[in-house]
Write a protein that binds this ligand. Structure first.
Ligand SMILES: [Zn+2]
Ligand SMILES: [Zn+2]
Length: 145
């Protein structure tokens, strides 16, 4: 399944006229296989042994290219660094307060909240973000020891 998504993503890059470098390919593959919404730094650390000449800036640049053509979403969290999500369909996130991992879950999109917010505030609503916080199962079992 990940292979299909990788091929689709590569086709999207090609259609957008983006050159597929080995590094770009590796960053994309890592993102698609990662379920934890990694930061640029985490991607860099995971790939640095494979690409000793690659810098964090290269990873950032690649991520920016992916974002611009709609392959990834950037999730910003105030002061901490951005996380990258290759699931661009509508979904919600649950975040582990212990290790910072972000996991996707699906729930019917809360369109009523958007229309209510529009009605009561007169805003033109573009989107909303909802996050659920807790302790992931891994951290729960680590804490139990
Ligand atoms: Zn955790
Ligand atoms: Zn996500």
């Amino acid at each position: 399944m990940a292979d299909n998504r990788l091929q689709e993503a590569i086709d999207t890059l090609k259609d957008s006229g983006v050159r597929i470098t080995p590094q770009r390919h590796a960053v994309l593959e890592y993102l698609l296989n990662s379920m934890t919404h990694p930061t640029a730094d985490e991607i860099y650390k995971a790939l640095e042994s494979k690409f000793p000449n690659m810098s964090v800036a290269t990873v950032y640049n690649n991520l920016r290219v992916f974002r611009e053509i709609g392959l990834v979403r950037e999730l910003t969290y105030g002061d901490s660094s951005s996380r990258f999500d290759c699931n661009t369909s509508d979904h919600y996130h649950i975040i582990c307060e212990s290790c910072g991992k972000i996991v996707d879950f699906h729930y019917p999109s809360l369109h009523e909240v958007e229309s209510l917010a529009e009605q009561v505030t007169g805003f033109d609503v573009s989107h909303h973000r909802m996050e659920v916080y807790g302790t992931c199962s891994e951290c729960q079992s680590n804490n139990a020891h």
